[in-house]
Design a protein around this ligand. Structure first.
Ligand SMILES: Nc1nc2c(ncn2[C@@H]2O[C@H](COP(=O)(O)OP(=O)(O)OP(=O)(O)O)[C@@H](O)[C@H]2O)c(=O)[nH]1
Ligand SMILES: [Mg+2]
Length: 379
């Protein structure tokens, strides 16, 4: 059953008291099948059931999904037809999703306008991203969407993890490394959401994150930890060392366990989101403003420097050759017929070169009509 999120209920002025806080954006990211869409559905239901209800504003950014278990306020599928994009651009499924997302991103200013119009009446804006994680996390459009939204509203990344599928130490580590790469790429507040806790409780993960020795112990007992001579395998030593590095990364994160199936843990998740708002305002926002100011300063300086260099060059020229400077005036009467040819780039378009059958037949060339030469034939 789709959760209803109709416009009248969502964000109506009566549904939420006047508030001074901006809404917070939750970007759900996670491996294919981790439960992102189910998570968004459950979060939507949870927020509707709150006292007072707080219906969120939901964006579906997955162009290839056939069914979403909630009713999004903005759906990428209304703007781009992914099947058509595949056909038109001759693409496979991933290229199709990526191109559809790129096309949608070109209209993202309109999306932001719509979101900003609701800023007074909603507390949460939720983004559901495409199934293939890298399409969002490693594409220009994913970065543009993330930056655009994060520079206008407090934003947090909810990294959804398929807990039952991450119980093996090596899988756990690769999932955490992926999370780490997204954290460093977006620099946004980050919540690790261990989903599907109804199937597999997430305490093992919390233990491994709190104490790297626990993780190393799990690693040592896992099959394939030692080679035939009883020495730790190369992979095992590598993971051992990496667990020390990740220890630092875990300290900057919040981790919660939820079940999108039963609704367990969603209050904890919302609490972590509130903490992330503070983190955004404390860490991200000042950096964002600083980066913006820096960018403007660099542009201003580059412009001033270029102008100064041009003026200096001009002054040197005039000093060296005062007469030249006087003569160096543009005179419209002095225009040369051939002047246009000077400085012209001679780029050759090889596709326009003549083919063998198009060469002039010199045996038929005539300098004037009366000329009649008999070209001797060889032999
Ligand atoms: N038991 C259990 N199953 C879940 C939970 N969350 C999601 N699932 C199941 O996991 C599968 C994938 O869920 P989706 O929500 O489609 O996952 P997704 O990450 O959006 O998937 P893609 O967008 O296709 O990558 C579905 O069969 C869900 O029913 C949960 O908390 N518990
Ligand atoms: Mg999905």
């Amino acid at each position: 059953m789709a959760e209803t999120n109709n416009d009248a209920a969502a964000a109506g002025p009566s549904s939420a008291p006047a508030k001074d806080k901006k809404p917070i954006t939750i970007i759900t990211i996670g491996m294919a099948g981790a439960g992102k869409s189910t998570f968004v559905q459950r979060l939507n239901a949870h927020l509707h059931a709150k006292e007072p209800p707080s219906p969120p504003y939901i964006l579906n950014l997955d162009p290839a999904v056939t069914y979403v278990p909630y009713e999004p306020n903005i759906d990428i599928r209304d703007t781009v037809n992914y099947q058509e994009v595949m056909k038109q651009y001759n693409l496979g499924p991933n290229g199709g999703i990526l191109t559809a997302l790129n096309l949608f991103t070109t209209k993202f200013d309109q999306v932001l306008d719509l979101v900003e119009q609701r800023a007074e009446s909603v507390d949460y804006v939720i983004l559901d991203t495409p199934g293939q994680i890298e399409i969002f996390t490693w594409s220009a459009s994913g970065a543009i969407i993330t930056d655009a939204i994060a520079s206008s509203l407090p934003t947090v990344v909810a990294y959804i993890i398929d807990t039952p599928r991450t119980t093996a130490p090596a899988t756990f580590m690769s999932n955490m490394l992926y999370a780490c790469s997204i954290l460093y790429k977006t620099k946004l507040p980050f919540i690790l959401v261990f989903n599907k806790t109804d199937v597999q409780p997430h305490d093992f993960a919390i233990e491994w994150m709190d104490d790297f020795e626990e993780f190393q112990a799990a690693l040592a007992t896992h099959s394939g930890a030692t080679d035939s001579e009883g020495e730790p395998t190369y992979m095992n030593s590598l993971m051992n060392s990496m667990s020390l590095v990740l220890d630092e990364f875990y300290k900057n994160l919040k981790a919660v366990g939820v079940s999108s199936a039963t609704g367990d843990g969603f209050d904890d998740f919302l609490e972590a989101v509130e903490g992330s708002r503070e983190e955004y305002e404390r860490d991200y926002l000042p950096e964002l403003l600083k980066a913006r100011e820096q960018r403007e300063k660099v542009l201003r300086e580059a412009k001033d420097e270029t102008m100064a260099r041009v003026m200096k060059d001009l002054a040197i020229d005039r000093e060296k050759n005062p007469a030249g400077a006087l003569a160096d005036r543009w005179d419209p009467d002095d225009e040369d017929e051939d002047a246009d040819d000077e400085g012209e780039l001679n780029i050759i378009d090889r596709s326009e070169e003549k083919g063998p059958h198009e060469y002039i037949d010199v045996t038929r060339a005539r300098r004037h009509g009366a000329e009649d030469i008999n070209w001797p034939r060889p032999g």
